[in-house]
Ligand binder design. Structure first.
Ligand code: HEC
Length: 232
């Protein structure tokens, strides 16, 4: 195959004798050995390529920026914050079009036909009410909202009132400072739709059986935005 590399030290000449280093046309080894040896084990001198080093250094530099930006600066944001601001933007987008929803029976019932309202209300319910009423409304600390028995509620407006003012000296908290009027109106609409559904583990009925809530008007002509736009 090839001759030994004369320019290397004795030790590496010896090793090169045994390993047979291939030489290029200029007489220099194509793949030179490094000059260290451990228990007879030697290695070729193959440095990592420049582009690899560049990426390595850039990632280290980037990690410093990343840590400072996301964990130590006022400019970074968390997933919770971006969710909250997306939700705020969505409220503004949705509610900006409808103006203020009044807590009347008609508006509450009409809101049940608005899919977007019901999606927002469901998320609000899961986030604020599920702790006491269970995520499906079956009840825990708070009463079951799916059965026909109610303590203070007799109408859909009463649901709004219970949410707004709270009940039982605060064991049902008042939400007027924590949720906007629109949120409370569509939440009342959503809670009314829970009645008659079958929760996973229903709490025993509390209060009196009350007459059914009025039927939701058919979808279409009843969208609150539509009605408001017509009224202008
Ligand atoms: C800290 C626990 C708790 C939370 C959170 C809570 N509730 Fe309640 N809720 C109760 C209790 C307890 C009652 C029963 C009050 C009473 O005895 O009149 C109640 C009653 C109600 C009622 C009236 C039920 C009836 O039988 O008359 C409605 C409607 C209601 N809650 C809706 C909600 C909604 C919507 C939310 C979220 C915005 C919510 N609650 C959050 C504990 C809670």
């Amino acid at each position: 195959m090839s001759t030994t590399n004369q320019t290397t030290t004795n030790r590496s000449t010896m090793a090169a004798d045994e390993i047979e280093i291939p030489l290029g046309p200029d007489g220099k080894p194509i793949d030179p050995l490094t000059d260290h040896e451990y228990d007879g084990i030697r290695e070729y001198d193959n440095p990592t390529p420049g582009w690899w080093w560049l990426i390595f250094v850039i990632t280290i530099a980037f990690s410093a920026f990343y840590v400072v930006f996301w964990h130590a600066s006022a400019y970074g944001w968390s997933i919770e914050e971006s969710w909250a601001s997306a939700q705020r933007r969505d409220f503004i987008r949705v509610f900006g079009k409808v103006g203020t929803l009044e807590p009347t029976e008609a508006t509450i019932l009409e809101s049940q036909n608005n899919e977007q309202f019901m999606t927002i209300a469901r998320a609000t319910f899961i986030g604020n009410c599920a702790a006491c009423h269970a995520s499906d409304g079956g009840g825990q600390v708070g009463p079951n909202l799916c059965d026909d028995n109610f303590k203070s509620v007799r109408s859909v407006e009463d649901i709004y009132k219970a949410i707004t003012e709270g009940a039982a000296a605060g064991s049902m908290p008042a939400w007027n400072t924590r949720l906007s009027q629109n949120q409370r109106v569509i939440l009342a609409a959503y809670v009314a739709t829970l009645r008659g559904t079958t929760p996973a583990s229903p709490k025993a009925p509390e209060g009196d059986v009350i007459p059914p809530f009025p039927k939701t008007p058919p979808a279409g002509a009843t969208k609150p935005e539509q009605q408001r736009a017509d009224a202008r």
